[in-house]
Design a protein around this ligand. Structure first.
Ligand SMILES: CSCC[C@H](N)C(=O)N1CCC[C@H]1C(=O)O
Length: 349
């Protein structure tokens, strides 16, 4: 079943006659149009239309099988209005701005607008073979770039130099960075989102490199923490604890497992090493058209692993004023277990 067919089933279950899709990743998922932020999709039970403007006439025709209406707002919503009279139309409450909602209300007075959350996203958590291949290719590229750049992580280099090298190599390969590159050395390692700064890497630093490629719209995500010279004994201990938690959580990945239980497993190991408080975020997340998408590997999540999900396993320990460690793999949930997509070597400290 295509994602569009799945969406129509989901719309029926939610009592919706139509769905106005504005979230860029959802626009891309439903239409194939890659400039999702400048597109909208209207799906009813018997039609689906892509709306974008004249800057994208050629691109939309090349990328999307959907009939396309080229116009700028408000002509787009005016075009849709007659067909929506008397219908219950869902909109994406976690994306549409208040102003855009007001606009829909003004132009579709005969429709009942229904706030919907996560409906299209839920159809994206299990990946098709084509999607898995796209993420696989993105990760393979990231692994290659990491191997090229790892030797440059030495005392005297700036975090920004490392990030620039990674970015340049991704660009040359026709991809781009999946997010603002995290290169956090020494005490900056205590920042889970420590994007590369002009700090000069010092001997004995641990350096956390969190990187991903975005290729054909799909993302990868991987973290390695590396040592420059001989690290402090306490940080080496923290590294081994995080590695133990990461590897144990990866090994536990299989269909039917609750993601909250995976988070608990990693957290308990870190707690056993006195690092429970230092693990300041969830164990991971799904990866696909967005770098952060479902399922959530949060302690409070009700998500359950299914074959075809692609997730990160990324425990960390962050010690303010001292430093930090994070180790992250990108993992495909298979029919009987898991496959680790990220192949870059991890250091033994
Ligand atoms: C801004 S994208 C960050 C990618 C990274 N791998 C990641 O997902 N995380 C780093 C810290 C925890 C986790 C997150 O929840 O952001």
């Amino acid at each position: 079943m295509t994602q569009l067919q799945q969406l129509r089933h989901a719309m029926r279950r939610a009592g919706l006659d139509a769905m106005w899709i504005s979230d860029p990743a959802n626009v891309r998922a439903m239409s194939g149009f890659s400039s999702g932020k400048d597109g909208k999709v209207l799906v009813t039970h018997d039609a689906a239309t892509l709306y974008t403007d004249a800057r994208y006439t050629v691109q939309a025709a090349e990328e999307s099988p959907l009939p396309t209406f080229i116009a700028r707002p408000p002509a787009t919503v005016e075009h849709a209005a007659p067909g929506l009279s008397g219908l219950r139309v869902g909109f994406e409450a976690d994306h549409l701005t208040v102003a855009a909602l007001e606009d829909l209300r003004d132009h579709w007075p005969q429709a009942t607008l229904v706030a919907v959350q996560g409906l299209v996203q839920s159809l994206r958590v299990v990946k098709s073979e084509v999607e898995v291949q796209a993420v696989r290719d993105a990760q393979a590229l990231a692994d290659r770039v990491y191997a090229e750049v790892r030797p440059l992580i030495v005392a005297g280099a700036r975090e920004l130099d490392i990030a620039t090298e990674i970015e340049l190599r991704l660009r040359r390969a026709g991809a781009q960075s999946a997010f603002d590159l995290i290169v956090a050395s020494g005490p900056r390692g205590a920042m889970p989102h420590g994007v590369a700064s002009d700090r000069v890497i010092q001997d004995r630093d641990l350096v956390t490199v969190d990187m991903g490629a975005q290729l054909r719209g799909y993302h990868s995500d991987m973290t390695r923490t590396v040592a420059v010279g001989t690290p402090d004994a306490e940080m080496a201990r923290v590294y081994r604890a995080v590695l133990e938690a990461e590897e144990a959580a990866v090994r536990a990945v299989k269909p039917g497992v609750r993601t909250a239980d995976l988070d608990r497993l990693a957290r308990d190991i870190l707690t056993g090493h006195g690092l429970g408080e230092a693990f300041a975020h969830s164990l991971g997340h799904g990866v696909g058209l967005e770098v952060h998408e479902g399922p959530s590997l949060r302690g409070t999540s009700d998500d359950v692993l299914q074959p075809g999900m692609i997730i990160t396993i990324e425990p960390g320990a962050y010690l303010p004023g001292v430093g930090g460690v994070r180790i992250e793999d990108l993992v495909l949930v298979t029919e009987d277990g898991f496959e680790v997509l990220s192949q870059s070597p991890k250091e033994t400290l």
